[in-house]
Design a protein around this ligand. Structure first.
Ligand code: F6P
Length: 341
């Protein structure tokens, strides 16, 4: 078989580990050939490709990002987008696609499968918010980056008697904030799933100062104050209709200073969480996803997504990945509240 591989949406540590595993097992065990489509759905749309062989995929396991490049291109928003993809796949002699992505990329893959394209999906996102998989690779790396930042911020916050706010990624799901906040011993964690009270945050800040420690507040970029809205950078939407978020951490610092009289500063971790080398956990998960994806393709089990259930890699219907967003259950969040303040 000749199989196309693409990576779409925001990049994520572990993408290269998936590509490597797919190609390695695909060539050595099944004798498949591969073509890499560059920059997400732009690749099959514009016939923009690169060679994917044992040689071109050597040495990429620990590398962050994606050797294929990525984009947020939505072929359903482009005139004749789907016809162009089908024509280009036929011209390239491609029998099937392995699409590695988050809700947007896998949403497109699901629709393409319904239109007759042979597709296997591999879930990726640092946000860990894809449905029907316990974890996505990239999440563990992002959490570890955030925890390292929090550990460093503790000592400087205490030296200066400041409240320090750490803004992490997570538009609608607070998984990174929750895990980094628990592991980093945050004074409070604010997630998009539960609107927060500024007065309550100030109470926690003051109580942390009383115990002669300085407070660290971990806030997800999509967190919303009880009497306000999500902080949006500008009105611009991407091809999948997402707004850009920015500013909730800065906004909260101003509120804390005004209400408590204590100095408050914000560090926005941004894309640092997505870049760089994957943790060992993410390398293993990504590798196991890649191995299962190529096995599924070789068995012709189209329209499936590989997923982690417990410690097993399983196959689930691709459509279930995007049925709903996997947000933080309230009871999981409540577990962490005992450490606030
Ligand atoms: O989808 C993952 C994510 O990391 C979100 O948490 C974040 O809002 C978004 O990507 C930002 O991506 P970009 O800056 O590439 O648009």
């Amino acid at each position: 078989m000749r199989i196309g591989v693409l990576t779409g949406g925001g990049d994520c540590p572990g993408l290269n580990a998936v590509i490597r595993a797919v190609v390695r097992k695909g060539v050595k065990e099944y004798g498949h050939e591969f073509v890499g489509f560059r920059d997400g759905w732009k690749g099959p749309l514009e016939n923009y490709t690169m060679e994917l062989t044992l040689e071109t995929t050597r040495g990429i396991l620990p590398r962050g990002g994606t050797i294929l490049g990525t984009s947020r291109t939505n072929p359903f928003k482009i005139e004749n987008g789907i016809e162009r993809i089908k024509t280009n796949l036929a011209d390239q002699g491609v029998d099937a696609l392995i699409a590695i992505g988050g809700e947007d990329t896998l949403g497109v893959a699901t629709k393409l499968h319904a239109l007759g394209v042979k597709v296997i999906g591999v879930p990726k996102t640092i946000d860990n918010d894809l449905n029907n998989t316990d974890y996505t690779f990239g999440f563990d790396t992002a959490v570890n980056v955030a925890v390292e930042a929090i550990d460093r911020l503790h000592t400087t916050a205490e030296s200066h008697h400041r409240a320090l706010i750490v803004e992490v990624m997570g538009r609608h799901a607070g998984w990174i904030a929750l895990h980094a906040g628990i592991a980093g011993g945050a004074s409070c964690i604010l997630i998009p799933e539960l609107k927060f009270s500024v007065d309550k945050v100030c109470e926690w800040v003051e109580s942390r100062f009383k115990s002669s420690y300085a407070p660290i507040i971990v806030i997800a970029e999509g967190a919303i104050p009880q009497d306000g809205d999500m902080m949006i950078k500008d009105g611009e939407l991407d091809a999948f209709g997402h707004v850009k978020l920015a500013g909730i951490g800065e906004w909260l610092a101003v509120q804390i200073e005004a209400k408590t009289g204590k100095e408050a500063r914000t560090s926005v971790l941004g894309h640092i969480q997505r870049g760089g080398t994957p943790t060992a956990f993410d390398r293993v998960l990504a590798t196991r996803f890649g191995l299962q994806a190529i096995t599924a393709a070789s068995e012709g089990d189209w329209g499936k997504m590989v997923a982690l259930h417990g410690t097993d890699i399983v196959r689930v219907p691709l459509a279930t990945a995007t049925e709903q967003l996997k947000t933080v259950p309230l009871e999981r969040y409540k577990e962490s509240e005992i450490f606030f303040g």
